[in-house]
Design a protein around this ligand. Structure first.
Ligand code: A3P
Length: 295
């Protein structure tokens, strides 16, 4: 194996009030003017909230039977374009361009944009959107390890430094709290939005697959659902080279794997909702660490 040549880490700057790196702003005109189609499905998350997990579930739901070859030869990030991404230095196609050239229907498109930056066309077309939220603690831990191993992310420093930055919302894609609560508010007025929780997926993946199917108007057999549920378990996905990102040139897997631990924070067997409240009771970070206003 040839040693990977790792790039320099990017600077972070303010973009429309959100911390960003040039990888997500360079192609902004095309992102802003992106033309969505009515049958597009947008997968929206704060980074490290379970994007790949839900992406893979949707990919299997729509294309699992149709295109087995694609499943074993085309990495997930080629099948599901990352809308705002533009990694020109690595000779990859920008997210918008990749989406434009997709011939499959529906198009599955991934974004980490906070709700106010989503291209207008998605709202105009009334596209379906699946949002996934993950509790702040595990989301932050996962993001820390991701920044350590992903050389196109800003240098995270040590955990204390990272956590302080995270609490101030100085991460790429901005404050976690504003992200999860902004999308939650959107759900109150935009009915084509399904809001899922990572912790619910951990608790009962099959149930969440069913929830997805009913949102998308898909009917699948019990066997099919069982098969998909099994296929998307952590250990299975971790072994799958088309999913675990090992083909990405700027990630250093010696530092950390992309699929790391999949922790789901539980306090004494409490539910996700209780857990959020207990984090607040423990006042982890002046009430901003929790989805209090949501629950
Ligand atoms: P950890 O870093 O805690 O392990 P994203 O896809 O948004 O980047 O999120 C990545 C996180 O989702 C990682 O968390 C990864 O392990 C977790 N994840 C991915 N697939 C999963 C699965 N099948 N079950 C549980 N967690 C999963």
């Amino acid at each position: 194996h040839a040693e990977k040549k790792l790039p320099c880490r990017p600077e972070m700057f303010d973009f429309e009030g959100i911390s960003m790196t040039h990888f997500f702003t360079e192609n902004w005109e095309k992102v802003r003017n992106f033309q969505s189609r009515p049958d597009d499905i947008l997968i929206a998350t704060y980074p490290k909230a379970g994007t790949t997990w839900v992406s893979y579930i949707l990919d299997l739901l729509y294309f699992g039977n149709e295109d087995p070859e694609c499943q074993t030869s085309k990495p997930i990030y080629m099948r599901i374009p990352f809308l705002e991404s533009c990694f020109q230095e690595f000779s990859t196609v920008a997210g918008t361009e990749m989406a434009d050239s997709l011939t499959t229907t529906p198009r599955l498109i991934k974004t980490h944009l906070p709700v106010q930056l989503v291209p207008k066309s998605f709202w105009d077309q009334n596209s379906r959107i699946v949002y996934v939220a993950r509790n702040a603690k595990d989301n932050a831990v996962s993001y820390f390890h991701f920044d350590r191993m992903n050389m196109v992310q800003p240098e995270p420093g040590d955990w204390n430094h990272f956590l302080e930055k995270f609490m101030k919302g100085k991460n790429v894609f901005g404050p976690w709290y504003d992200h999860v609560s902004g999308w939650w508010e959107k759900k109150q007025t935009y009915s084509n939005l399904l809001y899922l929780f990572y912790e619910d997926l951990v608790e009962d993946t099959g149930r969440e697959v069913e929830r997805l199917c009913s949102f998308l108007g898909l009917s699948i057999s019990a066997e099919e659902r069982e098969k998909i549920t099994k296929g998307v378990q952590f250990d299975t996905m971790k072994q799958n080279k088309m999913i675990n990102h090992v083909t990405i040139p700027f990630m250093d897997f010696k530092i950390s794997p992309f699929m790391r631990k999949a922790q789901s924070f539980r306090v004494g067997g409490m539910s996700t909702r209780n857990m959020a409240e207990s984090m607040n009771a423990a006042s982890v970070v002046d009430g901003k660490f929790v989805l209090k206003s949501i629950f």
